[in-house]
Design a protein around this ligand. Structure first.
Ligand code: B12
Ligand code: SF4
Ligand code: SF4
Length: 333
């Protein structure tokens, strides 16, 4: 459809596909994952099951989906994050939260689609609704499931997945992207917490991304040192991937310990309100407050930043951080 191609071109989106919307093909894997409690504290993932199974619960009479990939590296918008000297996952290293920015773009595309097809409905999402997004991208032939569970193609995996549900019926033959992981196991070997428990299966409870963003508790003593210097998210299983290396070169971050210390000091000496205000509408707002302080204490201890101990000790009586402070005092030297 030439007008659709043009619309996506105008939005600089190259990788998209319009496919019939059916039950996800990997739904059974999702169910097994939930049954094994690999979602940890993310209890909302259980409530998502019926919606993921039946897309018409999100859009009545939904029949198709336009699925697209939006690269987040190198960053499309230049805008510095307040914590620019810290180890933050690449997707979040931008002051604009993609949940807001990309969603606005999706809404604009939907508006145009509604004009092009007045009899049909279009609503779009990214990472905000109960949709099995990787399954959609896989079904659309936009990439394959890597052993690290990420969807990747020969241009790597540093992209968001977004989709527009539509009531318009569409016919398209399924094209599954061939899997090019081969015998490679670099992501599995490199994961510091052994969170990739089997090919394409992540135990979220062990994943640094979960431990620093989603988890509502403090990691076990066994896991804390393995978080290393990650303050928010983790890119290891992607940065070691040969397809990302081939396309982007080395994406591992080099950080100055001195500047990192300043960032951590700022987190530990700011009130939760101040943190929330400064990080408002950035991806980091998801962990602003006590969670970011939790992460800062773990990183400071792992990096042996003893100068920060007086700031850490101030949380000795904090109801959620008290045990962590005791651990830090023991391990920071
Ligand atoms: C919950 C969640 C997390 C959790 C759980 C991780 C996880 N693996 O699901 C945590 C917080 C840990 C997380 C981390 C990350 N996430 Co996240 N996350 C989500 C979210 C909200 C739901 C995902 C979900 O349903 N998981 C359920 C489990 C079962 O799915 P899964 O692990 O992908 O497993 C599938 C495969 O294993 C497959 N499968 C299993 N066996 C087999 C066998 C065969 C033969 C086949 C074909 C398939 C297959 O089936 C499963 C079900 O689809 C989605 C957004 C969305 N609405 O989909 C984003 C999403 C998956 N996350 C995303 C990103 C960017 C990340 C991080 C890279 C962020 C970071 N740098 O810190 C990491 C990557 C960690 C990893 N290696 O997966 C992107 C992924 C883009 C991509 N290229 O794949 C998404 C799609 C958000 C978006 N809109 O772009 N995430
Ligand atoms: S994001 Fe980090 S902790 Fe999670 S599976 Fe990948 S390497 Fe392991
Ligand atoms: S590191 Fe290797 S096994 Fe892992 S996703 Fe990349 S190609 Fe596949």
């Amino acid at each position: 459809m030439p007008h659709i191609d043009q619309l996506f071109q105008e939005h600089k989106i190259e990788n998209f596909k319009w496919i019939p919307l059916e039950k996800p093909i990997t739904l059974e894997f999702y169910k097994t994952w939930l049954n094994q409690q690999m979602h940890g504290d993310m209890k909302y993932m259980e409530k998502h099951l019926p919606y993921k199974e039946d897309p018409t619960l999100l859009l009545k009479k939904a029949q198709s989906a336009i699925v697209f990939l939006v690269p987040y590296y190198p960053h499309p918008y230049k805008n510095d994050l307040p914590l620019k000297n810290s180890h933050v996952a690449l997707y979040a290293k931008n002051a604009d939260d993609y949940h807001i920015h990309l969603q606005n773009q999706i809404n604009q595309i939907c508006q145009k689609l509604n004009e092009l097809f007045p009899g049909d409905e279009f609503i779009g999402f990214t990472d905000s609704k109960p949709v099995l997004e990787r399954d959609l991208a896989y079904k659309a032939g936009l990439g394959w499931f890597g052993k690290n569970a990420c969807i990747l193609n020969k241009s790597g995996s540093y992209f968001f997945i977004a989709e527009i549900y539509s009531t318009k019926a569409i016919e398209a033959a399924p094209v599954v992207h061939p899997n090019h992981c081969g015998n490679c196991t670099r992501c599995i070997d490199a994961c510091p917490t052994d969170a990739i428990v089997q090919d394409k299966v992540i135990d979220a409870r062990l994943c640094i991304s979960y431990l620093t963003i989603e988890s509502k508790s403090v990691a076990s003593d066994e896991l804390k040192p393995k978080i290393g210097s990650w303050l928010f998210g983790c890119d290891i299983c992607q940065s070691v991937c040969p397809w990302n290396k081939k396309h982007f070169g080395d994406t591992e971050q080099t950080l100055s310990s001195e500047l990192y210390e300043k960032d951590l000091e700022w987190i530990l000496t700011s009130s939760n309100k101040e943190l929330a205000r400064s990080l408002q509408s950035t991806p980091l707002s998801r962990a602003a407050g006590w969670k970011l302080k939790r992460n800062a204490i773990i990183v400071a201890t792992n990096l042996k930043l003893k100068n920060l101990l007086p700031h850490i000790e101030k949380y000795q009586d904090h109801e959620k951080l008290n045990d962590l402070v005791t651990w830090s005092k023991k391990n920071i030297h």
